[in-house]
Design a binder for this molecule. Structure first.
Ligand SMILES: [Cu+2]
Length: 486
C-alpha cells in the first residue's frame, strides 16, 4: 500500500474541484461529511467553502443520558471535514456563544493568523459574530480541528466541550486498499475536579525513568480533572449502532484521542491494528500491534483485518474506563452473541517500533532543552506547570532561525505522561527514553512520566508558533511556550 492509499475519499472523487457539491454520504459510524462546495474566492462577500457554526448542542450518549455542551453544526463530534491538499479553502465560522472562540486546525502547516490560537495572535471569532479562515491545507493526512481557548477553572469551556472533529486532508492520489472506513474519536464527558490521583494509563508503563528526581516533591497534589463518562464519538459503549463487518474485510480505522484530560489505550480482542500512520503521517515501518495508546491530540490510522468472527468490544484496556463507556461494538455478519471483551497482555506502547533505525536524520543545528516540572497546588488549589522554571506567559526565549534544524529535548520531571504538541510544524521523533529512532513524523508526542524524548524539526514556517501540553488543565496552568522566528 502506498503512502496516501488510505486517504481516498469514500465516493467523493471530485472534492476540491470547483464544482463539488456537499456530500450527503456518511460513514457507517461517523458524523456528516462536509466538503468544499464552491471554488475559493478572496472576495469577502462570496460564500465560503465550508460553514462551521459554534453553538449549543446535545449529545445523546445513551437514550437516557443526554449531555448539553457546545459543538459544531449541531453535533459533537462536528462534521468530518474533507479538504484537498494544496487547494485553498475558506471556512466561515459563526460563533453563537457568549465568549470569543478560535478554531485550531491541528496538524496543518498554515500561517499564524489562521492557525487558531490566541497566543499566535490569530484574531478571535467574536461572540455572536463570525470570522473567515482562509488557508491552503497541507500536508495530506488525518488532521483534526478543535477549539483553542483557555478554560482555567471553567469545565464548560474549550476542549472540555464538544468542539472537535476530524479533518481529512486528501492528496488526491492512489485508490484505497480497504473495504470500510471508520472514524473513532475517544472522548470523556462531564469533567469534574478531584484530588484523587489519576488512574492513568501511564501507571502501566514500564521502562526507564531518566528524569525521575532523586528527591520527589511530596507536597500535596492540587486538583486535577477527571471524568466518569466516556464515549467513542457520541455514544457510550453499547448505546449506538455496532460497526458491522464481514469476515475477510479490511477496515481502515481513523482514531483520534479528543479527550481534554488523559492518554488512552485501546484494544480489540482477537484482532490487531496494522498501524499505517501516526498523526496522519505514514510511518516508515507499518506493523501490527495488539494495543494502541494515544495522548490527547494524537491520531492513528490503522487497518484492522476482520478475521475473528464474533461480536467484540473495541475499547479502552482499562476496565473502569471501558465499563464507563469508552468502547464500540464490532459485529460480524450473522453473529448475535453478547459483545466479548478479553484482556490481553499486549506489549507496552512503543512509538519506535514503527520507525527506521536511528541516525537517518541530519544533525541538528541547534538543541533546545525543555524541562517540565509540576508545582503541587495542595488541597483546593491547582497545580502549576513550569517550562524551564517558568509558567506561561514567557518572553522571547525561544527564537528560531529560519531554515535551521532544531532538536527539542523534553525532560519530563513530573509524575504524569504529557502529550506535547507543536503547532504549524511537523517534527521527527528522535528518541524516547534512550530508544533512538528516525522517520516517525508527528505533531504531538507523549513524553512518559519522568521520561525524556527528543524531536527534530526544521524552522520553515515563519510566524508565531505555540507549543503546549494537550491536556487542557496543564496548558491553562502554565505548560506552554511560544516560538518566534528571528
Ligand atoms: Cu500535560
Amino acid at each position: 500500500m502506498k503512502r496516501r492509499d488510505f486517504f481516498k475519499l469514500a465516493g467523493a472523487a471530485a472534492v476540491g474541484s470547483a464544482a463539488t457539491s456537499v456530500l450527503a454520504a456518511r460513514p457507517q459510524n461517523g458524523a456528516p461529511i462536509a466538503t468544499p462546495s464552491e471554488a475559493n474566492s478572496e472576495a469577502p462577500t462570496s460564500k465560503a467553502d465550508i460553514t462551521l457554526r459554534i453553538a449549543p448542542v446535545t449529545v445523546p450518549l445513551t437514550p437516557n443520558h443526554i449531555i448539553s455542551t457546545i459543538g459544531y453544526n449541531g453535533t459533537s463530534p462536528g462534521p468530518i471535514l474533507r479538504m484537498r491538499e494544496g487547494v485553498p479553502v475558506s471556512v466561515e465560522v459563526f460563533n453563537e456563544t457568549d465568549v470569543p472562540e478560535y478554531v485550531h486546525w491541528h496538524g496543518l502547516h498554515i500561517p499564524s493568523d489562521v492557525d487558531g490560537a490566541e497566543e499566535e495572535e490569530t484574531p478571535a471569532v467574536p461572540p455572536h459574530g463570525s470570522r473567515r479562515y482562509q488557508f491552503t491545507p497541507r500536508p495530506a493526512g488525518t488532521r483534526w480541528y478543535h477549539t483553542h481557548t483557555m478554560a482555567m477553572a471553567d469545565l464548560n469551556r474549550s476542549t472540555y466541550t464538544g468542539q472537535f472533529g476530524f479533518l481529512m486532508v486528501d492528496s488526491g492520489r492512489d485508490p484505497g486498499n480497504y473495504d470500510q472506513e471508520i472514524f473513532l474519536a475517544l472522548r470523556d464527558w462531564e469533567p469534574f475536579f478531584t484530588n484523587q490521583p489519576m488512574d492513568a494509563d501511564e501507571a502501566g508503563q514500564v521502562g526507564p525513568q531518566p528524569e525521575r528526581p532523586a528527591v520527589l516533591d511530596t507536597r500535596p497534589n492540587g486538583l486535577e480533572v477527571d471524568s466518569l463518562v466516556f464515549s467513542v464519538n457520541d455514544k457510550v459503549l453499547g448505546a449506538g449502532e455496532p460497526i458491522r463487518v464481514r469476515p475477510g474485510q479490511r477496515v481502515l480505522a481513523h482514531i483520534l484521542n479528543a479527550s481534554a484530560i488523559e492518554n488512552r489505550s485501546i484494544a480489540l480482542p482477537g484482532h490487531t491494528f496494522h498501524v499505517l500512520a501516526m498523526d496522519g503521517n505514514a510511518v516508515p515501518t507499518p506493523r501490527s500491534v495488539e494495543m494502541l495508546m494515544l495522548g490527547p491530540g494524537e491520531r492513528i490510522d490503522a487497518i484492522i483485518e476482520m478475521n475473528q468472527p464474533g461480536v467484540w468490544i473495541l475499547g479502552a484496556t482499562q476496565d473502569m474506563i471501558r465499563n464507563s463507556g469508552l468502547g464500540i461494538v464490532i459485529e460480524y455478519a450473522n453473529e448475535h452473541r453478547q459483545p466479548q471483551w478479553v484482556p490481553s497482555a499486549a506489549a507496552p506502547w512503543d512509538y519506535t517500533v514503527f520507525g527506521r533505525p536511528p541516525g537517518g536524520q541530519p544533525a541538528p543545528d541547534h538543541t533546545i532543552d525543555m524541562v517540565f516540572e509540576k508545582i503541587p497546588g495542595g488541597a483546593g488549589q491547582f497545580n502549576a506547570w513550569l517550562v524551564n522554571g517558568k509558567q506561561y506567559p514567557r518572553d522571547r526565549e525561544f527564537v528560531l532561525q529560519q531554515g535551521a534544524r532544531y532538536r527539542l529535548v523534553f525532560h519530563n520531571r513530573t509524575d504524569d505522561g504529557h502529550p506535547l504538541h507543536l503547532h504549524r510544524h511537523t517534527f521527527e521523533l528522535v528518541d524516547v527514553n534512550g530508544k533512538s529512532t528516525s522517520g516517525i513524523m508527528k505533531d504531538t508526542v507523549i513524553v512518559p512520566l519522568y521520561g525524556r524524548a527528543a524531536v527534530d524539526f526544521v524552522a520553515n514556517q515563519p510566524g508565531l508558533t505555540l507549543f503546549h501540553c494537550h491536556i487542557q488543565q496543564h496548558m491553562d496552568y502554565g505548560f506552554k511556550a511560544l516560538f518566534r522566528y528571528a
